[in-house]
Design a protein. Sequence first.
Length: 316
Amino acid sequence: MRLRRPEPSDAAPAASVAPRLAQRLYVDTDTQARAAAKAARAAGRTSVANRLDVIATAPQARWIGDWTGVAGARAEVAAYVKKARAKNQTPQLVLYAIPNRDCGGHSGGGLTPQTYPKWIAQVALGLRDGAVGGRSEAIVVLEPDALVQDCNDPTRAPLIKDATAKLAATGAWVYLDAGHSNWRTPADTAARLRAAGVAKARGFATNVSNYNATSAEQAYAKKVAQQLAAAGVGQAHRHFVIDTSRNGTASARGQWCNPRGQGLGVRPVTKKDGYLLDALLWVKHPGESDGACNGGPGAGQWWEEIALELVAHRVR
C-alpha cells in the first residue's frame, strides 16, 4: 500500500531527524505471539511456529493497564523502556486504565477516578527511569477509545488532559487516541482532542484495534489535523500514528469485533519525510481476540486460529 507524498502544507521545517524517527522500533520479547510460537515449535508444529513468527518478530506496543496496579506501574514501565534503551530502539506503550473503560463493554474495567492520576504519576516515573539524557524517548498511545466513546462521564477528558501533561513532561511523545475514520467526524474528534489537552501532546493515534485502510486513516487524520490547526493547535502537536496491525485487507466493512478474513497490515515503521505522519505501528497485538464474539475468546486472549488467518492474508 503506497503512501502519498507529503504536500507542502504538511511539511515540517527542516530539522535533524528526531531519534524516535531515526532508530528502530523495539521488538518486545514478552508477547503472547512469541510464547505461542515457542510452544508450537516445542510441540513439533514447525509450520505453525514459522507462521506465528511473522507476528512475534514485529515491533508491537506494550499495553499497560489496570492489571498493573499503582504499586507496580513504575517498575514495569521502567523495565520495559530500559530494555529498549539498551538496544537503542524506541519503546512503544499503550496506556489502558481509564475509569469505566470501554463503557463496560468487552474490554470493561479500569481504575477509579481517584486512583487513575496516581497510576499515571507512577507510569511517568517509570518513563523517567528509562530516559536518555533526562528525556524519555518512548512513544505512548493514550487510552484507546476513551475520548470518542460516549459514556456520559464528565471526568474522562480532564483525566486524560492531566495524564497527557504528566506524560509529555517526561519527554515522551504522547498520542491521544482519536478513534478511526468510520467513527466521529473530524470536527468532533478535533474538539474532543482539544478538550483532552492535545496541545501538550505530540498528536493523536487512529485505527487502534481497528481494520480500516491506511489510506482512509491518513485522509481522516489530515482532516482532524486541519481542524486542530484552525482551532489554533500548533503543528508540533498535530502529528499522528496509524495502527496497521490488522488492516491488510481492510475488508471488515465496519465490523470491529473479530471480523474474519482480515490480514496483517504494513509492518511497523517510522516515517522520516517531515510529513505529519510519524509512524505506522502495531498498537493492537495481532492474534489477540477483540472479545467473546465471532467465535473468539475473551478480549485480549490469544486465539491461534485468527492469528494464522491474519498471517495468511497479510500484506506482502
